[in-house]
Design a protein around this ligand. Structure first.
Ligand SMILES: [Zn+2]
Length: 289
């Protein structure tokens, strides 16, 4: 029973399973390589190996593509099998390699490919990316691309210098407690909101905020349909009933306690109203500390 294992045993077990998983993966790759060589997919009426792996073997698309990338690299560098088995190289790395080779189309020699396999052993994915792009002299992309998608989300592709990236990572580490995540979009949201709050936030004094908190005690958000009070006591914020941008004052009658969720909810509603009327960003409220 897994739940009966002590921590040391559990750790050992996971490590030995991970080793077994790598071994099995290396064998899978070897077989896919052979299937590719034989064009086995034709026997099953598929136009290509990818379709065979997805539709016949049940691999999710990304997993199938990573296995094909590794199998085709193995055809060029037989030592790859042992490296996958030992965990020196993983499929994220082999896929990086194959993508880079595709980008350079026919110009990379088999010797160069083998030498790159050796160079990225035991490196992280980020390190491998740097090694590969230096070695193959891949183009540095610097333009920013912003794409608006059908759900109104926005996809941004940006290039940061090494220094910019390092400071962003440092910010991410420092904010990880507050954001509960390593996710970049969450970090950007957190930093922007913090900045906006700082620029436009409440100027109510600490004493006034304390009074409001003592009066309200919990989230005062009322469901517009049932009129039920939220009542949460978790992560409370002070909110301006009439927003500051609309001339709302910092006095106790215009202030109320909201939980984080409802603070954001109200903020979004008000931001929506305001962006129609004036098209400038609106400040959220200052959290109680
Ligand atoms: Zn609430």
């Amino acid at each position: 029973m897994i739940s009966k294992l002590n921590n040391k045993e559990l750790d050992q077990k996971i490590k030995s399973l991970a080793r077994a998983e790598n071994k099995l993966l290396a064998i899978v790759i070897e077989h896919i390589k052979e299937a590719d060589r034989r064009k086995l997919y034709l026997d099953f009426n598929y136009a290509n190996l990818y379709d065979y792996l997805v539709k016949e073997c049940g691999y999710p698309g990304g997993s199938a593509q990573r296995r094909i990338d590794a199998a085709r690299l193995l055809a060029i560098e037989p030592k790859l099998k042992a490296k996958i088995e030992s965990g020196e190289i993983n499929l994220s790395q082999t896929t990086l390699l194959q993508k880079a080779f595709r980008e350079k189309s026919q110009t990379v020699t088999p010797e160069q490919k083998r030498s790159l396999v050796a160079k990225i052993c035991d490196r992280t994915v980020a390190e491998s990316q740097v090694i590969i792009s230096k070695e193959l002299d891949l183009k540095v992309k610097a333009t920013t691309k912003v794409t608006h998608q059908k759900d109104e989300s926005v996809r941004i592709e940006i290039t940061l210098t090494k220094e910019e990236w390092e400071s962003l990572q440092k910010a991410r580490d420092l904010a990880s407690n507050a954001t509960q995540s390593n996710d970049l979009p969450k970090l950007i949201k957190y930093l922007s909101e913090k900045f906006i709050k700082q620029k436009e936030g409440s100027t109510a004094t600490v004493a006034v905020k304390k009074q409001v908190l003592q009066r309200d005690q919990c989230c005062q958000y009322k469901d517009p349909y049932t009129q039920r009070l939220c009542g949460s006591r978790w992560n409370l914020h002070i909110d301006h009933i009439k927003p500051k941008w609309a001339g709302g004052a910092d006095d106790i009658e215009n202030l109320r306690v909201l939980c984080q969720k409802h603070n954001h909810h109200i903020y979004r509603q008000q931001a929506g109203i305001k962006s129609i009327s004036s098209r400038t960003p609106v400040g959220a409220e200052v959290p109680l500390k």
